[in-house]
Design a protein. Structure first.
Length: 429
């Protein structure tokens, strides 16, 4: 087994891992990136559509172009890259981190470092997670796998296609399948609202007249060797029996039914996971429940825009630099999801500087207000023109806000910040 040593090792060479690595290296740390694929860039490499980089670069880039920018950002920095290497285990030994990676070229390599950044992205939920009755024929793919087959391997997964789930990957694949000559017979969404961002509903479905069936679900899969069709039914509502079920013949079923952070090795290392995000619980400096292990990007919580993933990774990289130079995290307040909020990341508020938070709404509607309260006292209120679960919301909160600093001058002992979304009753979903 080979041995090597760095200040910090990043697991995953997607947008988040590369952004965190660049930030740490610019700050003077010795950094390695370990990536299991042969090339850097992560999921971006298979996303050949545009729509990336509007916030970070003020330009509309394709996924591979965005990846190239991230890779170019490493130029002149001393980041050591290990591609084709999979990390299988992390351990802590007397305050240092040990990490084991395996590659065909180098065999087993043991990395010793002071900090690890988890940036492994996420994986797709599959048919097993849905539990739809019916036969088990071929022709059923996750949307991301179909995207990889079409965009990287140049294959055609099928000709008559149904898509389950209106998440962004499913929407983008509806358009992509149409472009390769397949007929997309419909997108089936169980929720009463789309799961993907509005831009993708317009550009990927409406522009191609692809029907979107909201509040519908597939109830049976047919086919012997290859899938031959699916039954679709409206979901039962409080009013009683579902009616209006119909059958769609198809030879391909694409599932876009959610992403789950890739947390197998994190779990083995004792990293505590968040019940809502499925990723690690992190404090204000993106440190997990294991000292010295940090997390950012899709492994922490699923991002709809890569720009946010890169931004978060840079904050994480900065926090690792502070940790490596022994800067104390100081006191931190707990941050919780209140009314209409599914989760808030990070889960702690540092009582120094500006804190940036990311959250997901549980409601859809216009004219919402974001409210942050400390011990019942409002410390932040912001108007949001439109909220929906698929569009991540971010906001900044400074530690020197009057209402927060007065907690000390008045001797208050509140420890929890609560983030909620309020929406006028008539406009709520
Ligand atoms: C289909 C699709 C369409 C999208 N469309 C858009 C869009 O139009 N606009 C936009 O802004 N954003 C879009 N996004 C979101 C954006 O692409 C992602 O949020 C972002 O790229 C995630 O980056 P990441 O580094 O966190 O994860 P990833 O890119 O998934 O990178 C994680 C990396 O970790 C590696 N890895 C995992 N486990 C290990 C291990 N054990 N050892 C070594 N390496 C490991 C993986 O191989 C992977 O390369 C889209 C995402 C998808 C999936």
């Amino acid at each position: 087994m080979k041995h090597t040593e760095f200040d910090a090792v990043v697991i995953g060479g997607g947008a988040s891992g590369l952004s965190a690595a660049a930030e740490m290296s610019r700050g003077g740390a010795s950094v390695a990136v370990v990536e299991r694929e042969e090339t850097l860039g992560g999921i971006l490499n298979q996303c050949i559509h545009n729509g990336f980089g509007l916030h970070q670069y003020n330009e509309e880039l394709t996924g591979p172009e965005y990846a190239e920018r991230c890779i170019r950002d490493l130029d002149g920095l001393s980041v050591k890259v290990f591609t084709g290497m999979t990390v299988t285990l992390m351990e802590t030994e007397e305050g240092t981190q040990l990490l084991y990676g395996f590659s065909r070229e180098s065999g087993m390599v043991r990395f010793r470092c002071r900090a690890i950044v988890l940036a492994m992205g996420c994986r797709e939920r599959n048919r097993g997670n849905l539990g739809t009755p019916g036969t088990r024929p071929s022709g059923i793919f996750t949307a991301g796998l179909a995207q990889r087959l079409v965009n990287i391997d140049g294959m055609v997964p099928g000709r008559e296609c149904v898509i389950v789930g209106s998440g962004d990957i499913g929407l983008i694949m509806a358009r992509r399948m149409t472009w390769i000559g397949a007929r997309v017979r419909g997108v089936i969404e169980i929720q009463p609202y789309p799961a993907g961002i509005t831009r993708n509903i317009v550009q990927c479905l409406r522009d191609f007249d692809i029907p979107l069936y909201l509040s519908h679900s597939i109830t049976r899969i047919y086919g012997k060797d290859r899938i031959s069709g699916v039954d679709v039914a409206p979901v039962r509502n409080a009013g009683g029996e579902a009616s209006g079920a119909f059958h769609i013949p198809c030879d391909t079923l694409l599932l876009s039914v959610g992403l789950v952070p890739e947390n197998e090795i994190s779990r083995k290392a004792g990293v505590r996971l968040h019940p809502e995000t499925g990723g690690p619980v992190v404090d204000a400096r993106y440190m997990t429940s294991v000292t010295g292990i940090f997390a950012c990007g899709n492994v922490l919580h699923v991002h709809d825009l890569v720009d946010y993933a890169s931004e978060e990774a840079r904050h994480c990289g900065q926090a690792v630099l502070d940790y490596l130079s022994g800067v104390s995290a100081g006191e931190q307040l707990r941050v919780g999801a209140g009314r209409n909020v599914k989760y808030v990341v990070p889960g702690r508020f540092a009582l120094t500087g500006k804190n940036r938070f990311y959250l997901r709404s549980m409601i859809t509607g216009t004219g919402a207000r974001l409210c942050v309260r400390l011990g019942g006292i409002e410390v932040l209120r912001r108007k949001l023109p439109y909220v929906q679960p698929s569009e991540m919301i971010s906001f900044d909160l400074a530690a020197d806000e009057d209402a927060i600093s007065s907690r000390f001058t008045t001797g208050g002992d509140e420890t929890d910040l609560e983030v909620s979304l309020e929406i006028p009753e008539k406009e709520g979903a």
